[in-house]
Design a protein around this ligand. Structure first.
Ligand code: ATP
Length: 571
């Protein structure tokens, strides 16, 4: 490959492609046979002319015709086997890459994922991966086979006339040159095309997600125009990319076009000098087109490889993303949660500024504060969606980072206001393929009051909830999410506005049920009825704990808590 390109990224891509040669065994077996069978045709035709037609020996004709048909049939059959296997290998690579891509994404920290848009991720998984797989599935067989062809045909040309062969070989570097002079532009536009493509997908996804809001505000035209702008940007770059690739292809064709003139001119001179015969020149001229085929295929492939390197880079970026770090300590019970001088920022914007807070085992704590005070951020540190910048979040005196992450998350569960429901049945959404008995299931749905609305649904617990749970009301969705958490019997249950869509009577019932459970409960809520149920209220302001105590104590103090109640909760 080094004779074709010195591009380090292409070499990296080829090294990467090697891991998939395991899917290419059949290609490597049958492709050389196909090559050999393909070369037989001109020899057979020469035999037809020299030994059958010229000698008028037509008795051999029926056998010859049958043999020729047989060989052509075999050639096509082999072509089906080889091309089908290239295609199958491409699909297999797409499958392997897409699955490992998702696994990698699920192992990555929320922080890293937040920096990438959903559209960009979708574009990488559904567009970049198949494109790269197509290149990878055929790259090694095509390079190997065409280099063999090149050497084979080169040998035949030298056999005819080494002087004319030199003329043909002298044109070969121009192919590489033509690809290399456009190299920068090729990569630039290929990279840009991918970026713009993901922006189109992201923009489309956003409009589909926001359809209800767009319709509500009658902003169809406005958002269609915004999308139109994105598509136009992609179109502009994509056209330039096509122009560059087409220019390279035609430059290659141009060199191929002038080669016969060079060979015929120099060959004519050699014939006149008596160095070669006219027959040799005609034979050479006839055969030289054969050698241009592997050259054309290799140059074309070099263009595809160079275009694939930015795509490869985009996929490698995901493979190289950080993974969540886990400790080794086994998480057991919870006696005490402690935030010690905890500081946290989003993009250098401080949100938590030295939080000190202790929560005891089985305590029910309500966290209250003005909007943006940092309540949700505070609790996202508990299952380690984020880690603090300074200070420690500890359970039983151990920093959370020291615990086995998955074990910690199984025991510290956060239920959000809009927790995600999958497009499966209610039962599947709650159980999520874990091993729970029917009794445990019944218990969980009773605690979360899911049983209160289940009779209204046609298929009961087997009702499919639709995309993101769209077939349920807000309050119903929230109750399913609470049941999903409760069935896992966590040691710490955090409810972040998790009952905001539930009516107050049902909410009261849910909290009474939860109170009977042996777990620490942290509630973030704006509802006074909910907050009052807590053993202790913690008031947060500008990323600091400013007050702590029971509802009655804090009301009596008449400070921040009282103000919040007056301005917000009572409203
Ligand atoms: N992922 C994020 N990236 C950047 N900034 C964020 C992110 N999440 C929250 N913030 C910012 O951090 C601050 C605290 O947000 P947080 O959601 O913790 O507040 P909150 O007290 O729960 O608010 P609310 O009661 O409105 O839900 C806000 O200023 C918010 O804009």
């Amino acid at each position: 490959m080094r004779i074709l390109t010195r591009d380090p990224e292409v070499h990296e891509l080829l090294n990467y492609a090697k891991r998939y040669t395991k899917y290419q065994k059949l290609i490597f077996v049958f492709a050389p046979i196909l090559l050999f069978v393909g070369i037989l045709s001109p020899f057979l035709i020469r035999y037809l002319f020299d030994n059958i037609i010229a000698k008028a020996d037509f008795s051999k004709l029926p056998v010859f015709v049958l043999l020729f048909i047989g060989i052509k049939g075999l050639e096509r059959l082999l072509s089906v086997v080889v091309n089908y296997n290239i295609f199958k290998c491409g699909n297999q690579i797409t499958h392997d890459e897409q699955v490992s891509f998702l696994k990698k994404v699920l192992r990555s920290p929320v922080e890293s994922l937040a920096k990438k848009s959903t559209g960009d991720m979708i574009s990488r998984a559904t567009s970049d991966i198949p494109q790269l797989s197509r290149t990878i599935s055929s790259v090694i067989p095509i390079i190997v086979l065409n280099i063999i062809e090149l050497i084979l045909f080169g040998g035949v040309l030298i056999y005819f006339s080494w002087q004319l062969a030199l003329v043909v070989f002298a044109t070969i570097p121009f192919y590489n040159f033509s690809v290399n002079i456009f190299n920068k532009k090729l990569k630039k536009f290929s990279t840009l095309e991918r970026e713009k493509n993901s922006q189109v997908i992201e923009s489309f996804r956003e409009k589909i997600d926001g359809t209800a809001t767009i319709k509500n505000l009658v902003k169809n035209e406005y958002f269609a125009e915004k999308f139109d702008e994105k598509v136009k940007e992609w179109l502009k770059v994509s056209n330039k990319y096509q122009l560059v690739t087409q220019t390279i292809e035609d430059f290659v064709t141009f060199i191929r076009g002038i080669s016969p003139v060079l060979v015929l001119s120099f060959g004519g001179f050699l014939v006149m000098k008596g160095t070669i015969t006219l027959g040799t020149l005609i034979g050479f001229y006839d055969f030289m087109n054969w050698i241009y085929e592997p050259i054309r295929v290799l140059s074309h492939f070099l263009i595809s490889l160079k275009s694939a390197t930015p795509v490869f880079r985009r996929i490698r970026e995901i493979h190289e993303m950080d993974e969540e770090k886990s400790g080794e300590k086994i998480f057991e019970g919870v006696n005490k949660i402690e935030y010690k001088e905890v500081c946290f920022s989003y993009d250098n914007e401080p949100v938590l500024n030295g939080i000190n807070l202790k929560i005891n085992s089985n305590e029910r704590v309500a966290i209250v504060g003005t909007s943006g005070a940092g309540k949700s951020t505070l609790i996202t540190l508990l299952p380690r969606y984020f880690d603090p910048e300074k200070g420690n979040v500890m359970i039983n005196g151990e920093d959370l980072r020291r615990y086995v992450l998955n074990k910690l998350r199984k025991k510290v569960i956060v239920v959000h206001q809009n927790d995600f429901l999958f497009n499966m049945s209610i039962r599947e959404n709650i159980v999520l393929d874990d091993n729970f008995s029917e009794e445990e299931f019944r218990e969980a749905i009773k605690i979360a009051c899911v049983d209160k609305f289940i009779d209204k649904l046609e298929n009961g617990y087997d009702t499919i909830v639709g995309e993101r749970g769209s077939k349920l009301s807000d309050g119903q969705r929230q109750r399913v999410a609470i049941a999903r958490a409760v069935i896992r019997n966590p040691k710490v249950l955090v409810l972040d506005e998790a009952t905001s869509g539930v009516d107050s009577q049902t909410e009261e019932e849910i909290f009474n049920n939860l109170k009977k459970l042996n777990m620490t409960i942290i509630i973030i809520s704006h509802r006074l009825s909910t907050i009052r149920k807590a053993d202790r209220v913690v008031v947060l302001d500008k990323g600091r704990v400013v007050e702590e105590g029971t509802h009655e104590e804090l009301v009596k103090k008449g400070l921040m808590y009282k103000k919040i109640l007056e301005s917000q909760l009572m409203a």
